[in-house]
Design a protein around this ligand. Structure first.
Ligand code: RET
Length: 239
């Protein structure tokens, strides 16, 4: 079992960079969140730290090869970065919950968004694992419809709730909405370019997803950390 030398997976260098970036980001947010006592601010800080922490584990798994599997499917063998989808399965709902907590969204709206989001990632895995090209695009389409529901939640439903909040919450929410709307939209496009059509190498694809993950995950953390809405909620929080 162990007599064949393990060759590094394509993109291993980028996965190592991802491990370091996400690990440092998680540590930074965790340190900044020490002593925060206001329940809303605390919840948002926990989410902002957990998201890069989960990603750090996923990137480490991919860097070491265990997070990447060759899967036999009808029609041949496919490479599945399962750790990436496992990461998204946790971190995208977490980001939505963090955003919902920040705005003070009601539970039912949030539940609907998280359900659509989980469906989006699971059908994204189906797209990646389909051996028949047409089926890959069918699943991609199904996943993208779910993504549009998630976007509706972020832009329209939460936007409506945010209107009644204080000025500080509204302005941070406006920035988060642009960040999420813009960065999340690139994921399905980049999947098409890489995994779908194979227009870029696996290494370039890994670099692109790392860039997107950094903007989406670390960007979220930085925006909420510097939000006056949360700083004001907890006067004892260290600077
Ligand atoms: C896939 C492929 C199938 C079509 C769609 C996708 C969407 C993925 C998204 C991922 C977002 C990830 C984030 C991670 C950061 O923490 C699965 C690529 C629609 C939107 C924001």
């Amino acid at each position: 079992m162990f007599d064949t030398p393990v060759s590094p997976v394509a993109g291993a260098g980028w996965f190592a960079v991802g491990t370091a970036v996400m690990g440092l980001a998680a540590l930074y947010v965790a340190v900044r969140g020490r002593g925060v006592e206001d329940p809303r601010a605390r919840g948002v800080h926990v989410v902002a730290a957990l998201v890069p922490a989960v990603a750090c584990g996923a990137y480490l798994a991919m860097a070491l090869g265990v997070g990447v599997a060759e899967v036999a499917v009808r029609g041949g063998t496919l490479r599945l970065h399962w750790a990436r989808y496992a990461d998204w399965l946790f971190t995208t709902p977490l980001l939505l919950i963090g955003l919902g907590l920040f705005v003070g969204a009601d539970g039912e709206t949030l539940f609907g968004a998280v359900a659509a989001d989980v469906f989006m990632i699971v059908t994204g895995v189906a797209a990646t694992l389909s051996g028949v090209p047409t089926y890959r695009y069918v699943w991609w389409g199904v996943s993208t419809v779910a993504f549009l529901c998630v976007l509706y939640f972020v832009v329209v439903a939460l936007g409506r709730e945010a209107r009644d909040r204080d000025e500080a919450t509204r302005s941070t929410f406006a920035a988060l909405r642009v960040l999420i709307g813009a960065s999340w939209t690139v994921y399905p496009v980049w999947w098409l370019v890489g995994t779908g059509l194979g227009l870029v190498s696996p290494t370039a694809e890994a670099a692109g997803f790392l860039l997107l993950d950094t903007v989406a995950k670390v960007g979220f953390g930085l925006l909420v950390l510097r939000s006056p809405a949360l700083a004001g909620a907890d006067a004892d929080a260290p600077e």
